[in-house]
Design a protein. Structure first.
Lengths: 326, 382, 223
């Protein structure tokens, strides 16, 4: 694993933000923290990196932040009443309604004439891909001005890793002890099909890319959607020190592709360009064998997933060539 | 002041009341027989007569969630629903009351499927009597309007801060057209102060709403909820008195009709209680000493009811329910019986289950059932 | 002839009207117009309909209750004092006199049908060709003759409401939006002022109501 990642150490600091014209460095990201010390995130949690960068990026816009958190790990991370670890006004929501509660928040702000607030709805894959997809679809269709972030740890990890629609094939969860048989539901593309102004995928292993995508989203009026793969050391069963590496492996193997769809224009993000366009693909087996959740996976299954990845990469290659999705 | 009168349906009356209350946000999803409320409100918003943010939610669950989101920001909000829609938002109904948000909702009572039935039935609302909402049951177009006007003031009272539900029965009240006297806008503006939700989110001193709460604290939240629900009983009476000063129309938690010397007391809610009054008049002419006590408020269960029951001398109680608890009994009947026990009163109680799924209950039939001296539970038509 | 509506006169302080029409013909609006007209005369009234199964073109029924005290009945009307048949073809498929009290009033739009009215001889029968009246003033909605306006005009012949209040009610209901009546109605002023300034379609509606009123004939008994 280390040998694969070694040469890509500084990948996240590559030119991003379009056709390689803008250079951003980690040092330019605000040092302010809105997730406070003492929060109860697990060691090595990558979802927390995503939330931290979302709040930092929101701060950088000069506007206020209003955070909604679906029923997910990020609620638990706040701590227990009367304490909270989030230093922005935060509304915790029921499972299915992160997007619809955000609709109400946004409408109230509109009614008060406030245009200086970034509304961020933050929910996990269960709350987005499964139980919350109706509310999400409705909210983005109505055109509310908010950013919906799905942090995807590919299962109901908050409750001990049960299968979700975002679980990849062959992953062992407590409700798929023999491995999931079906594919992962592709919500970013479902969101893109809604024709909303901004859809992106991201991964905290590429923090500048992630940060820039948040900032891009905040600069756009209307519904925005960012889907972030957040490797979970506890549920995926890998060492807590390897979260960033695991995310990079997901991207380098093509298990997760980073891109943006802005006003219908598809754009591969730099870390995925070499994978998709130059075919510089790390075999998927490296990714699968590094995680306990794929324990017992057969060679045939690995082969099947590898095939699936190649098909996906082909789609992304075509999309990159076509540029306009709608 | 020039008092105006219009001739409208119960639904339109509710919409007109909401217009006066000027909610910041309306989250609306149509469902028969409530749809007219959200349609009329949509017209008001479209024409600019009402400056609300109107969210065309994709479901009732989202309707209540959006109301909760908006109210958590300190907004005045309104939604309307019925039947399946009501149950679809069930999770959020409880959420709203535990979150102590003064959301006002009109619920047009309708039966539940399967077997699609769009007609009046109180099971939707009564199955949620424990949801922590103030619940009103209205019995005329005017009352639906007046109660909606009062609901905002009651819900938003600092001593209450609880969601409030105004029930009107599907079709028999939602779609019947009656004359409606309107309240003057300027007067209502004085009656209903701007909304202030003390725990709403703000940017000056950020806090979190709804985080994990341990067993050391959760029961205190629930206790507080109950304390305010009980306080609401007095607040409602106070608001009703003030409403009377403004409109000249008097309401109370219980509305008595020829009760004082009654030997038989009929207890009912909504339009069935009005129909019972007609039966009562007829029986009075035949020499029967009978009266009708209409319960306008199911939650908080009114102290006024207990006081009246203590004071009245009737020995025979007939309780009409348009909803029942399967394997137990008429919901109102059982509640009344429990309260009689509290009061140490032993009465002869007859429970009538009538009007389910829009079953037509004419006053002649009620008269017959009232005269039938048998006690126990009777299902009209069975 | 105005029906007694005194409270002491038990059973007569309330008038229940059933209107037969087909879905889309404006039966509910007719019920509303009658109720508004009664309201203009200082009476209590409610209007409602049978809901649920109504489909365009299918037979439907609407109702008006008029009383001199608050109306507390929300049950269906099963024994009307008066039946109004708006659609000339409906009497052959629906028992329009079902529940009609003996001696009750029956107002029928006979259209150009040769409706056998003899079978209604137990009732006080009034007939009018409202379809012709409507067509004469070119009152159509979506190509269908408007029947509720002439029938409400004709209903004034039954003595339940006056022609003046019928016309005023038509004006208010067709005026769109909500029907605003002033509480000044209790002073009994129902005169129509300024009809000449009304839009022409509104004037035509009022003329149709008036013509239907004039052309309505009582077929049996006196009156």
């Amino acid at each position: 694993m280390v040998e694969v990642l070694g040469k890509e150490e500084h990948e996240g600091m590559e030119a991003v933000g379009g056709e390689g014209k803008v250079v951003k460095w980690l040092a330019e990201i605000p040092a302010d923290e809105y997730v406070l010390k003492g929060n109860s995130a697990c060691a090595g949690c990558t979802a927390m990196i995503a939330l931290r960068y979302a709040l930092k990026a929101s701060r950088a816009t000069g506007r206020k932040t209003l955070l909604l958190v679906g029923a997910c790990c990020m609620v638990v991370c706040e701590g227990v009443y009367p304490n909270t670890a989030y230093n922005v006004p935060t509304l915790d929501t029921a499972f299915a309604c992160t997007a619809s509660m955000a609709s109400g928040v946004e409408a109230a702000l509109k009614s008060f004439g406030r245009r200086d607030v970034n509304v961020i709805a933050f929910a996990g894959d269960g709350g987005t891909v499964d139980i919350g997809i109706q509310a999400l679809s409705g909210a983005v269709e109505r055109g509310h001005n908010f950013l919906y972030v799905c942090y995807d740890n590919e299962a109901y990890c908050n409750t001990g890793m049960q299968r979700s629609g975002a679980t990849p094939p062959c992953a062992r969860t407590t409700t798929t002890p023999g491995g999931k048989r079906e594919k992962k539901k592709d919500v970013p593309r479902i969101m893109a099909a809604h024709g909303i102004p901004y859809v992106a995928t991201a991964c905290p292993s590429y923090p500048i890319d992630l940060y820039e995508k948040f900032k891009r989203a905040f600069s756009i009026e209307g519904p925005k959607y960012i889907h972030i793969l957040t490797p979970c050391p506890v549920s995926w069963r890998f060492p807590t020190s390897k979260g960033v590496e695991m995310g990079k492996l997901a991207v380098r193997t093509g298990m997760w592709t980073l891109y943006e769809v802005e006003h219908g224009v598809f754009r591969l993000s730099p870390p995925s360009r070499r994978v998709v366009l130059r075919g510089d693909v790390v075999p998927v087996e490296k990714y699968l064998r590094a995680q306990g959740r794929f324990n017992g996976i057969t060679d045939e299954e690995v082969e099947r997933i590898q095939k699936m990845v190649y098909q996906e990469l082909e789609w992304f290659k075509e999309a990159a060539a076509r540029r306009k999705l709608w | 002041m020039q008092e105006e009168e219009v001739f409208v349906t119960g639904n339109e009356a509710v919409a007109r009341a909401v217009k006066l209350a000027k909610p910041n946000v309306i989250a609306a999803y149509p469902i028969t027989p409530q749809t007219e409320i959200v349609e009329v409100l949509a017209r008001y918003v479209e024409s600019g007569e009402l400056k609300s943010e109107y969210i065309h939610v994709e479901s009732e669950h989202s309707a209540m969630a959006a109301c909760i989101g908006a109210a958590s920001m300190g907004a005045r909000v309104f939604t309307a629903t019925s039947s399946h829609g009501f149950l679809y938002m069930c999770e959020m109904i409880f959420w709203a009351s535990i979150a102590r948000l003064p959301i006002v909702m009109a619920n047009v009572n309708r039966a539940l499927g399967p077997g699609w039935n769009i007609w009046a039935d109180l099971k939707d609302a009564m199955s949620h009597r424990d949801a922590g909402w103030i619940q009103f049951y209205t019995a005329s177009v005017q009352e639906a309007y007046d109660t909606t006007l009062m609901a905002f003031r009651i819900a938003e009272d600092q001593r209450v801060m609880l969601p409030t539900m105004v029930n009107l029965e599907g079709f028999v009240l939602s779609h019947v057209m009656q004359p409606l006297r309107l309240v003057d806008e300027a007067e209502y503006d004085r009656f209903l102060p701007p909304v202030r939700i003390p725990h709403a989110l703000n940017f000056e001193r950020p806090h979190t709403l709804g985080t994990l709460i341990s067993p050391e604290h959760n029961y205190l939240v629930q206790y507080d909820n109950n304390r305010c629900m009980r306080a609401a009983d007095d607040v409602i009476a106070e608001v009703e008195r003030e409403f009377e000063r403004m409109s000249g129309r008097r309401y109370g938690a219980v509305m008595k009709y020829r009760c004082d010397d009654a030997e038989t007391l009929v207890i009912a809610m909504g339009t069935l209680a009005k129909e019972a009054e007609v039966a009562c008049d007829s029986l009075r002419e035949k020499g029967e000493k009978i009266g009708v006590l209409r319960l306008r408020q199911l939650r908080p269960f009114p102290k006024a009811f207990l006081e009246e029951v203590k004071r009245l001398t009737a020995e025979r109680f007939i309780i009409i329910d348009r909803a029942y608890s399967s394997g137990y009994g008429g919901i109102l009947a059982e509640e009344v019986k429990a309260k009689l026990y509290d009061l140490g009163l032993k009465k002869e109680v007859k429970s009538i289950i009538a009007g389910l799924g829009g079953q037509d209950v004419p006053h002649e039939a009620l008269e017959k059932m009232f005269m039938d001296k048998r006690g126990g539970e009777v299902w009209f038509g069975v | 002839m105005v029906w007694s509506m005194s409270e002491s006169d038990e059973g007569k302080h309330e008038i229940e009207i059933r209107i037969h029409s087909r879905g889309g013909q404006g039966g509910v609006t007719a019920a509303k117009m009658l109720a508004v007209a009664a309201s203009l005369e200082g009476k209590y009234s409610t209007a409602f309909s049978i809901y649920g199964a109504e489909r365009r073109g299918s037979p439907t029924a609407s109702f008006t209750r008029i009383s001199n005290r608050e109306i507390r009945k929300y049950s269906q009307i099963r024994k009307p004092d008066c039946v109004i048949v708006m659609d000339p073809t409906i009497a052959s498929v629906v028992d329009v006199t079902e529940g009609l009290k003996p001696g009750g009033k029956l107002l029928i739009n006979v259209g150009n049908n040769s409706t056998d009215l003899e079978r209604f001889r137990d009732y006080e029968v009034y007939a009018v060709d409202a379809t012709r009246v409507s067509l004469r003033f070119d009152l159509k909605v979506a190509g269908i003759p408007v029947l509720n306006v002439p029938m409400v005009g004709a209903a004034a012949r039954l003595g339940i409401i006056s022609l003046d209040s019928a016309k005023q009610a038509i004006l208010k209901v067709l005026g769109g939006g909500s029907v605003v009546t002033s509480l000044a109605r209790y002073a009994g002023t129902t005169a129509l002022d300024g009809t000449e300034s009304l839009p022409s379609t509104m004037r035509k509606n009022l003329m149709a109501a008036e013509l239907a009123y004039k052309e309505t004939k009582r077929l049996n008994g006196s009156g």
